[in-house]
Design a protein. Structure first.
Length: 565
């Protein structure tokens, strides 16, 4: 009897799948005909739809094309825009996004003249299913997310209709009858429209920039850190990879070093203006990752350490500036590089090749070569940590950033003392090419599955109590869980954190700006003890893959601060 009932259950499941497919076909057919008929008179603009991601048990991958077709034709009907979908049209784009190669994805979207990109997902939950749609718009705006829960697959079509109405109203500003508008949130607290509006904040002046000169403002406060004044550059047409600041020529004035793909730029704040001093072309084949300044040869001038790769091979540079020209100290260094300090506070150079981190020193031939291996907790790379004595007890703690962008404090026995709930240090840049990184994981499967770098960690006593604070960026990263390599940012700030012996506390934080903090540095004043300058490079590119119609803009902001215990 049980075998008989099981066979009927299997037949029933197959019949349900057939009925759903037939409904999807009927639902898409009339709108598809309408979309084809109206394309000749369609408004200018295209919506690109990637195939739905479907996760269910048992697998139902056949729904990918059906759900995509229904959503595409619904949106074409409601907006009058052309819908582009189908594996033959979007397969290359999907592959690039899966690989995390957003530059190639942007090229494909630009060639397709895509103004909007839709990513859809149907995923089985403990009870029912969730439909989630991400909408990317051309320009600086952060993506919008729309979601609905359904208890059975036969609710898929009416739910897609409701989502199409909501998206048409909130993204495309199309009028929909009130009785057709879906609820914005359900009892699970899932918002139908979840996004901040950095483009609106930008227009309202929260991200004010001057095209010609810097602006100085004065701020007062009663906290442990107070901003005395602030300056910033105009809107620079730069797509920065990294930045650092310090006195590179030993003349007592601080320079700002900017690293853009293919060039190194030297700048300075002079009086009330931001001035470019020099520019050096770099080999176009190099993938540039980071720039750090440090005086490791004790000549009172900071060398410029550029971490770079040639394909999948580290190929870093060490440069210097003598006040008139750049010159090369070392090139084709087979390590990714980062200056650090030892337990006595003396500067040292660290390098990474493969999964190992080494102390780097000059050999007899005058070349940079590896010395002893530096042991770090498993899962951490060169740009993920610093070692600092947080409580001044003579023992350095390990301050690290995890793959999930959580700040972690470990003691010397690698026992976890504290882990943050909030995210810190997220970056848009990856080490080497993503393709070569994946191949490295195939060749060396013991290495961690990781692609993205972290922004820098800085330890500096800013309050004068003898204990260092930790300065770290808070790039508010968001990602598509079924496109792990696709991420964008919904605002950014720089935080100063203090250690109380058991946890980190947020001591001070810059005003949140839309976009992304590329890099930052804290400079201690040599003339006025207790004063610091926070220099940050802020980009208006939030990571939106459709942000290609205008050049990325970057501003360099400098805030003079004073601290007290």
């Amino acid at each position: 009897m049980k075998a008989y009932s099981d066979s009927w259950l299997a037949v029933g499941n197959q019949l349900c799948q057939f009925v759903l497919l037939f409904i999807l076909f009927l639902a898409a057919l009339p709108a598809a005909v309408l979309a084809v008929d109206t394309h000749a008179e369609a408004k200018q603009g295209k919506i690109v739809f990637l195939p739905f991601t479907v996760k269910s048990q048992p697998p139902q991958d056949h729904l990918r094309t059906g759900l995509t077709s229904v959503l595409a034709t619904r949106m074409a009907d409601r907006t009058g825009l052309a819908a582009v979908y189908g594996a033959d049209k979007t397969g290359g784009l999907e592959e690039m996004l899966q690989q995390g190669n957003q530059q190639e994805a942007k090229k494909i979207l630009k060639n397709m003249h895509g103004d909007y990109l839709f990513l859809g997902n149907l995923e089985q939950q403990e009870q029912g299913y969730e439909i989630l749609i991400h909408v990317f718009r051309s320009g600086k705006a952060a993506p919008a997310s729309f979601s609905r829960r359904i208890d059975a697959l036969d609710k898929t079509i009416p739910t897609l209709d409701a989502l199409a109405d909501e998206i048409a109203t909130k993204v495309f500003h199309q009028k929909v009858a009130e009785e057709e508008l879906p609820a914005v949130a359900d009892k699970d607290g899932i918002s139908g429209f979840q996004t901040s509006h950095p483009d609106k904040a930008y227009r309202n002046g929260l991200y004010a920039m001057s095209e010609q000169s810097t602006i100085a403002t004065t701020s007062v406060g009663s906290g442990p850190l107070n901003v005395l004044n602030s300056q910033h550059s105009g809107a620079l047409a730069l797509s920065l990879r990294a930045m650092d600041a310090g006195d590179v020529d030993g003349d007592g004035r601080e320079e700002i070093v900017l690293l853009e793909q293919g060039k190194l730029i030297l700048c300075r704040f002079s009086s009330d203006r931001f001035q470019q001093i020099a520019e050096l072309p770099l080999s176009s084949y190099l993938g540039l990752h980071s720039v750090h300044l440090a005086d490791l040869d004790n000549d009172s001038r900071l060398e410029i350490y550029i971490s770079a790769s040639s394909g999948s091979v580290p190929s870093s540079l060490v440069m210097a500036w003598d006040g008139k020209k750049f010159y090369t100290l070392h090139d084709q260094v087979p390590f990714y590089l980062r200056p650090d300090s030892d337990s006595a506070g003396k500067p040292v150079l660290l390098g990474q090749a493969g999964g190992n981190i080494y102390r780097i020193s000059l050999n007899r031939a005058g070349d940079l070569s590896r010395a002893e291996e530096v042991q770090v907790p498993q899962g951490f790379g060169l740009y993920d940590f610093i070692r600092v004595d947080l409580d001044q007890d003579g023992r350095r703690e390990f301050v690290g950033l995890t793959e999930e962008n959580k700040l972690l404090i470990l003691n010397q026995e690698q026992k976890t003392l504290w882990k943050s709930e909030e995210s810190y240090g997220a970056s848009r840049d990856a080490l080497g090419s993503l393709a070569s990184r994946r191949q490295a994981e195939v060749d060396q499967p013991h290495e961690r599955n990781r692609m993205y770098l972290h922004t820098r960690l800085i330890a500096q006593d800013m309050t004068g109590d003898g204990k260092p604070e930790i300065i770290v960026s808070r790039n508010r990263v968001t990602s598509v869980k079924y496109f792990k390599s696709l991420r964008w940012f919904e605002g950014s700030s720089v935080s100063v954190l203090s250690w109380d012996g058991s946890r980190m506390n947020n001591l001070w934080e810059t005003q949140q700006v839309p976009g992304y903090t590329v890099d930052f540095q804290v400079l201690r004043s040599t003339e006025q003890p207790g004063r610091f300058r926070l220099v940050a490079a802020e980009s208006d590119d939030s990571g939106n893959p459709l942000y290609f119609w205008s050049k990325e803009k970057t501003i360099i902001r400098m805030q003079e601060m004073i601290g007290k215990p």
